[in-house]
Ligand binder design. Structure first.
Ligand SMILES: C[S@@+](CC[C@H](N)C(=O)[O-])C[C@H]1O[C@@H](n2cnc3c(N)ncnc32)[C@H](O)[C@@H]1O
Ligand code: SF4
Length: 475
């Protein structure tokens, strides 16, 4: 993903009207959720202002269906281009666009179009839009846009009914619409109208993973670039080897995040179950809340699953471990990130290290200790609190996670242990793993967990004699 209008980071959205001439059952911004359907002129003018000021963003004009308001749309495009906006992208279902309309759009200054060709199969496309003949008209619109000199990107929204057709879709584009160079591979986001049809529409990731891999191969053979947008798929669903073309992965390489005007992407997805042991959780936002709730996360699988390296380093394609036998100091922290997951394993954190740690390439901390006196943990707790405050501004994949391994070999009392767990909960540590647990003391886990609901408490298995350091984490 490169510059200008091809770069999601520099895109911002303006919705001209929420009215639409299709009735897609999956629509995430249905007209019935908006009043008024069309914002008055002064509101649009205010929304346009940041694009004119910044002059760096692509202005994406969407809706509803923006081509319904031909005069206003053309005027808006002209105003943006005259105001210095270099790229104007039109999001459209294209069914109103003929040669004359396409020529007007090009003349006004539209530089690209993002078109919802939902399926290569007319019956599926028309069933999804609930407009008979919409496939024929959409394909006609795509050709007209291209003939007018407007670059076209296609956006199929994969549903449960069309998930097996993805490879055939790419083949259709490569042969029938060979001028198209870019396909954004969306899959139904379970929001808006889609919420009412989850069973029918929400794809099954278990099935979709393989079709996605094959479709990407077909696209490559046709020379079509495929991107995995925010409304696309988790990395383990056919995109493990496609991080450079996945929006969330590309955005997660550094912790700084550019926010585009009019686009709010946070809070819709979460990590769960397999994500906690996944080497790519730092590059993937996980799955939609509704996917976990409705499909129980089917098809989501940790990539290079592993546990915190309390006792031995973890090294794999996507994981590295920075191993310290003592405290972690700022001198040891690398700034550039070569792998998705970089663990720093240490016994504690140097006082004041919080800001440097947060700005470093470390993605996960594994802190291990057997002294349960709170004062022994004080500088470490302060640094964890700093990291947690900064984490709150970020989506889950960009957060620095703190895992603590507490060895119980010195037989602390439950009160001592609980006191320390409460401190870790308050400062925002992600999880505490109890190591070297006495045989028969397993019931301690659920009890402690009930006392600190904001912290994950896990038990490590004691694999040897008392004091043996060879524990491993179980889930
Ligand atoms: C809301 S539409 C508005 C523009 C225009 N009417 C169209 O159909 O392209 C903007 C984009 O969102 C996509 N979209 C709508 N609902 C979606 C959903 N539930 N999941 C993923 N993409 C969706 C559409 O396919 C379209 O590319
Ligand atoms: S973080 Fe979760 S959803 Fe994403 S690739 Fe890993 S297991 Fe899959």
């Amino acid at each position: 993903m490169q510059i200008g209008e091809s770069n999601h980071r520099t895109k911002g959205l303006l919705r001209l009207t929420m009215a639409c001439n299709e009735r897609c059952a999956f629509c995430n911004v249905p007209v019935e959720d908006f009043r008024p359907a069309t914002p008055p002129d002064h509101v649009l003018e205010a929304e346009l202002a940041p694009f004119l000021d910044g002059q760096t963003q692509t202005l994406t004009i969407s809706g509803g269906e923006p081509t319904l308001l031909r005069k206003r749309l053309l005027a808006l495009v002209r105003r943006a281009r005259e105001g210095g906006v270099r790229f104007v992208e039109l999001q459209t279902n294209a069914i109103l666009i003929d040669a004359a309309y396409a020529a007007d759009l090009a003349e006004a200054g539209v530089t690209s179009a993002f078109v919802s060709l939902l399926s290569h199969d007319p019956a599926h496309h028309d069933a999804l839009t609930e407009v008979e003949g919409s496939h024929v008209r959409c394909v006609r619109g795509i050709r007209a846009l291209h003939d007018a000199g407007i670059r076209v990107t296609l956006n199929p929204v994969t549903t449960r009914q069309t998930q097996h057709l993805l490879p055939a879709y790419m083949d259709f584009v490569g042969t029938e619409l060979a001028f198209v160079r870019l396909v954004s591979l969306s899959a139904v986001q379970p929001h808006g109208r889609a919420r009412g049809h989850l069973e029918r529409l929400l794809p099954d990731y278990d099935v979709l993973a393989e079709h996605t891999r094959v479709a990407r191969g077909v696209a490559e053979a046709h020379g079509i670039e495929v991107v995995n947008p925010y409304c696309g798929l988790p990395l383990c669903v056919g995109w493990t080897d496609g991080q450079s073309h996945s929006v969330e992965a590309a955005e997660s390489v550094g912790r700084a995040q550019a926010k585009a005007h009019g686009i709010r992407n946070d809070g819709n997805k979460r990590h769960q179950g397999p994500c906690y042991r996944c080497a790519l959780r730092t590059r993937c936002g996980g799955a939609w809340h509704a996917y976990w709730d409705h499909r129980d996360g089917a098809g989501l699988r940790a990539v290079e699953p592993h546990d915190p390296p309390f006792l031995a380093p973890v090294v794999s394609d996507h994981v590295q471990t920075l191993w310290c036998d003592g405290p972690l100091t700022s001198a040891e922290l690398p700034a550039t990130r070569d792998t998705a997951t970089l663990w720093a394993r240490a016994t504690s954190l140097q006082p004041g290290i919080g800001p440097v740690l947060f700005a470093s390439a470390v993605t996960d901390l594994a802190l291990v200790g057997d002294d349960l006196a709170p004062h022994a943990w004080l500088p470490t707790l302060k640094a964890i609190a700093h990291v947690s405050r900064r984490n709150r501004e970020l989506p889950p994949q960009q957060r620095l996670r703190v895992h603590v391994g507490l060895s119980l070999r010195n037989r602390p009392t439950a009160v001592q242990l609980l006191g320390l767990l409460r401190l870790f909960e308050r400062t925002g540590a992600f999880q505490v793993v109890l190591l070297d647990l006495r045989v028969g003391a397993e019931e301690l886990g659920p009890f402690l967990q009930s006392q600190v609901p904001g912290l994950r408490v896990k038990l490590g298995v004691n694999t040897g004699k008392q004091g043996n350091r060879g524990s491993r984490v179980v889930r």
